[in-house]
Design a protein around this ligand. Structure first.
Ligand code: PGA
Length: 253
């Protein structure tokens, strides 16, 4: 089953609007000949419309890092799925571990956000991953099982047609520690079979599973060589266009 790799850059809380546009335009030039990989960047909400406009005629997709599940209303400080879609987002990263750790994101809010994203025709990127303590306590698989099952609860495989799963071990994010090939291989195989168990073999075969956590130009080729790894969610190394293009062009490394 062929799954086009997705290399996504999560820009987190970095870059002002003009800085984001500058990097996006640098990346656009470097990506002109990219056809075998889908590229996405997720700037801040403020930069989203600027970046989406700047990349309008490019082959780079734009996403958001979060959204709120209500359509509109008195929810000070929040932004709805519809609003991000109208501003040019195609993808929505949901349930990132930094949101779970620092902003009280739960599997329940994640599931509501996934539903809201789907209703607004955004492609959800569901982030899951265990902490170091959970791994040490041999709870990795039960945690991932819970995050996936609860995050996707009540949704049919038709609704989840554009779902992307991103396995990001919390202990590997922003730490420079990457999971080993064996660890990534084991978890991605597990997730592939979990999707089959929850939905169907066909669905599992079509759904992309990304790895995230200190991906950089030095380790990307090895990670992308793992059978069930269909792309990467990149934080720090996506902020610089010259560095990010080396990840995007991992096949040439
Ligand atoms: P990192 O972040 O590449 O800086 O580790 C990855 C992520 O948070 O998605």
């Amino acid at each position: 089953m062929s799954r086009i790799p997705l290399i996504a850059g999560n820009w987190k809380m970095y870059k002002t609007g003009p800085e984001a546009v500058e990097t996006a335009l640098d990346l656009e030039k470097l990506c002109l000949d990219i056809t075998d990989v889908e590229v996405m960047i997720a700037p801040t909400y403020l930069s989203l419309p600027l970046v989406a406009t700047a990349l309008r005629d490019s082959n780079i997709k734009v996403g958001v890092q979060n959204l709120y599940f209500e359509e509109q209303g008195a929810f000070t400080g929040e932004v709805s799925a519809q609003m991000t879609k109208a501003a040019g987002a195609e993808y929505a990263i949901i349930g990132h571990s930094e949101r779970r750790q620092y902003f009280g994101e739960t599997d329940l809010s994640v599931s509501k956000k996934i539903k809201a994203a789907i209703q607004s025709n955004l492609k959800p990127v569901l982030c899951i991953g265990e902490t170091e303590a959970q791994r040490d306590e041999q709870k990795t698989f039960s945690i991932l099982d819970k995050q996936v099952s609860n995050g996707l609860k009540g949704l049919s495989f038709d609704e989840l047609e554009n779902l992307v799963l991103a396995y990001e071990p919390v202990w590997a994010i922003g730490t420079g520690k990457t999971a080993s090939v064996d660890q990534v291989d084991e978890v991605h195989q597990y997730l592939r079979s979990l999707l089959e168990k929850l939905f169907s073999k066909d669905f599992s075969g079509k759904t992309r599973i990304l790895y995230g956590g200190s991906v950089n130009p030095d380790n990307v080729k090895e990670l992308m060589g793992i059978k069930d790894v269909d792309g990467a969610l990149v934080g720090g190394a996506s902020l610089d266009a010259e560095k990010f293009i080396n990840i995007i062009k991992y096949r040439d490394l």
